[in-house]
Design a protein around this ligand. Structure first.
Ligand code: PLP
Length: 404
């Protein structure tokens, strides 16, 4: 039995009422709520251990440094990375991909080179590559997807060629919920000697990640989408790649020695962590990952699959609702549109009943352009959601639809 009641009790925000209704929080794709242990970790850090890391000899600084490095080790374990030094703390996926695009681009991308992304990417795995291609006069190429939201892998095979220098794709689409066949993509790219970056923003909280089994070259995720605070995230990269990449930002902590004329850079991962890192939130991220592990990602995945399947069935029963993204393998999120109603109106009315959903383009405007729609409504699930909440949402939506 999945311990849903004790899990819900761990998240204080869920006890709230919104417009005098119990909060139904279905906006987890945007950000997840935080368990008490994560909130306590932040409070405890500022109450007992706060001090800047890596540079102090005094006790607090050492304690703070230990917590930061312990968090790195927890991340390493969580994604089964071979070495802690391959874990770079960033602000989140956006910064992770900007770091990679700048740094990898600086060293390895030249005029006429090609980078492949898909047409379902979040803007943060699209715009940095566009900027790089513009800077270097390189070409961005796109894996298209079918009407059902599945990537066209046959087309991907034809895109790979001797000019391809990198592939960067999302594991799970934040808009369509599609689980992409990333292992196949990685293997196909590697067969041509091309490295692959995986955007794990929507996967790490829903399914087990083993970067060694995947054999990807880079993997990025954001803490706030896996029950940790905002402002902390990860870029993991294979050591041989990271050792070869130039630093992204200059400043304190990333140096070995500095003269007025020259700087020798520090080793990985510090070379990529210029300035005072967000050590408090890194520690809280480690606590969040331990929390997820204590519940078990397999149980979480099963529970969330049940939620997704049930919500899909209930939405399909409403004639005026069209689900956007009907891939065979989905996780996390369901997008939909309603005949004769703008998603924003749907979202506003549901909010009056305490149901939080997201409406808009979900930072995937090309996906909206593909379906020729201005926006979608999106429900996205986390481990603390229940089947009763799905039913309440579906019953309420049915009534709302009748109003239009
Ligand atoms: N990639 C995907 C698939 C996402 O869903 C998101 C956020 O929604 C991001 C990247 C960007 O994450 P962040 O805003 O935490 O940097």
């Amino acid at each position: 039995m999945f311990p849903i009641q004790s899990i819900r009790a761990d998240f204080p925000i869920l006890a709230q009422r919104i417009h005098n209704n119990p909060l139904v929080y279905f906006d987890n794709g945007a950000t997840t709520q935080k368990p008490q242990c994560v909130i306590d970790a932040i409070v405890d850090s500022y109450t007992r251990t706060n001090s800047n890391i890596h540079r102090g000899i005094h006790s607090l600084s050492q304690c703070s440094t230990d917590l930061y490095e312990q968090a790195r080790e927890r991340v390493r374990k969580f994604i089964n990375a071979p070495h802690g030094r391959e874990i770079i703390f960033t602000k989140g996926v956006t910064e992770s991909i900007n770091l990679l695009a700048w740094s990898f681009g600086e060293k390895f991308i030249h005029e006429g080179d090609e980078i492949i992304v898909s047409t379902m990417e979040h803007h943060s795995n699209l715009v940095p590559w566009q900027m790089l291609c513009e800077r270097k006069n390189a070409k961005l190429r796109f894996i298209p997807f079918f009407e059902n939201g599945e990537l066209d892998i046959e087309c991907f095979k034809t895109l790979l060629n001797e000019r391809t220098k990198l592939v960067s794709v999302t594991h799970i689409s934040n808009t369509l919920g599609t689980v992409n066949p990333i292992k196949q993509i990685i293997d196909l790219a590697h067969a041509q000697g091309v490295p692959v970056c995986i955007d794990g923003a929507q996967s790490v909280q829903h399914t087990a990640i083993d970067v060694q089994a995947l054999d990807c070259d880079f993997f990025a995720f954001s803490g706030h989408k896996i029950y940790a605070p905002t402002g902390i995230g990860v870029l993991w990269g294979k050591e041989q790649w990271l050792n070869d990449l130039p630093p992204y930002q200059g400043g304190g902590g990333m140096i070995k020695t500095v003269t007025l004329a020259h700087t020798d850079f520090n080793e990985i991962p510090f070379r990529f962590e210029a300035g005072t890192p967000d050590y408090v939130d890194a520690h809280a991220l480690g606590v969040a990952l331990e929390y997820v592990q204590s519940i078990g990602i397999t149980g979480i995945e099963q529970h969330e699959t049940e939620l997704l399947n049930h919500a899909t069935k209930r939405l399909q029963e409403i004639d005026a609702v069209r689900i956007i993204g009907t891939a065979a393998h989905k996780s996390g999120a369901i997008s939909f549109v309603v005949n004769n109603a703008h998603p924003a109106d749907i979202g506003m009315i549901l909010d009056k009943k305490g149901i939080a959903i997201r409406t808009g383009t979900h930072c995937t405007e090309p996906v909206m352009q593909f379906y020729n729609i201005p926006a979608t409504a999106r429900v996205s699930f986390a481990m603390y959601n229940t089947l009763d909440e799905v039913d309440f949402f579906a019953d309420t939506l049915r009534k709302v639809v009748r109003m239009f």
